[in-house]
Ligand binder design. Sequence first.
Ligand SMILES: C[S@@+](CC[C@H](N)C(=O)[O-])C[C@H]1O[C@@H](n2cnc3c(N)ncnc32)[C@H](O)[C@@H]1O
Length: 205
Amino acid sequence: MINTTAWNRIRYGLYAPVYDLVVERAFHDARRTALSQVAWQPGMRVLMVGAGTGLDLPWMPRDIELHATDLSPAMVRRLRQRAERLGRDVEARVMDAERLAYPDDHFDVVVMHLILAVMPEPARGLAEARRVLRQDGQLCVMDKFQSDEKPAGLARRGLNALTSAIATDITRQARPLLEAAGFAIEQDTPVMMGTLFRALLAHKA
Ligand SMILES: C[S@@+](CC[C@H](N)C(=O)[O-])C[C@H]1O[C@@H](n2cnc3c(N)ncnc32)[C@H](O)[C@@H]1O
């Protein structure tokens, strides 16, 4: 089954018109919890990677400098419309999370919500997030993960062939992924469907 960046660009372009209908309500509380784990300070420079239609915007503080990126132009268009409706100043750009067009050590916070389980190579996205984060920066992740203690079994890996092509990978393990990318996890909170969805706050190890 396919899970490539080119395919993700196509499918999220197709999903964009109905994305909010499917996702907005279900993830309210998970987003709020994930973003509440960040130690916010006025004036922080913040990057949302794979920001989609901008469903995180209502939970972001107003006194920050906000940048948003997504692979799909249709998603970025919707994010800009949401920002305008909410009266938020957001610099939104089409960009691949594997190649962020920002300098090293540039952001105080990088937010990656529901993207690490979507990217074919999440380690590449995390390497870029780490590069653009300041030394004392915070990485805010919310996603679905397989237990850290137990790799996915055969049945789950079989099902994953389908889910990763149309929606999301269901076999990724948060702690091994983040630690291999050079992050130390500060907070790890289950936010939805038992421990399937987790909100993690991490910093550079
Ligand atoms: C499940 S949606 C999550 C959107 C948003 N973060 C949210 O929480 O609602 C995944 C998003 O990641 C984007 N995406 C997938 N691969 C990407 C990549 N390589 N670079 C940037 N964005 C990507 C998709 O276009 C889509 O908008």
